[in-house]
Design a protein. Sequence first.
Lengths: 152, 137
Amino acid sequence: MESLLQIGVFLLLLGAGYFFGRRAEARHYRSIRAGEDRLRHILVLTDRLPPPGMLQDRPCMVNGNVVISVDFFKTIVAGLRNLVGGNISAYESLLDRARREAILRMQQEAADLGARAVINMKFETSRISGSAGSAVGAVEVLAYGTALVAPR
Amino acid sequence: MTILPGSIPPDRHFPYRQPGNRSISAPEKTGMLITNIEVIPNTRVLKHLGLVQGSTVRAKHAGRDIMASIKNIFGGELVSYTELLQESREEAVKRMKEQAAAIGANAVINVRFSTSAIAAGASEILAYGTAVLVEEH
């Protein structure tokens, strides 16, 4: 009886993770695409020097960060995938979302400053371990760069 | 272009970035220029003053850790951690700026960030760069 209850709770968490996690992911991707359309006018480059035509601009550092948590379903899928090896697509989409969201927040900060480009953009990723020990609890992605604000 | 405090409406998508708490390196606050490029357009470096750095170690209180572990079931953004890390980064940059100001710099170039999780629920944020004295041509 007790083991049945445990299996029940496990399946409930799995179902909740699948349902809410998928919904959250779909909603997040919609908001990312909308944000990318809105902020497309802010160029983001990894070049270390300003492009020609922006050499008179005032630089100011901008950053954007986001912490995204995994859901229970992804944790289990990744655990199973670990046994056989291969792409863990559950984590790939998590990091993809986090990177794109971090860039968007950086672009938003640049847009607030009135900038037209962000150069020397860099990423920094770190793992935030939850209370569950060694499992990946959440990832933080930071995107930072130098915004170029057009001279008055 | 000058940014007046309060001229930026709070954004639904960026709730933690309220007006007044907007940029970690806005030069209008301290007069110190912070960039992560090596050459600042339109300026000339008069003097290199060496490495400056600032770091913070922060942890979240247990209530938020519990909230985070609930989020680990359902997925989604951990807004409280996003805020925590953003605040820590602001603090690290502030300390770096203070160190730079103390040695007579007016800009910090080639700034980098580094993050490391030193214990469960606590992380260290480091900001470092080269302090320089620059002059506009």
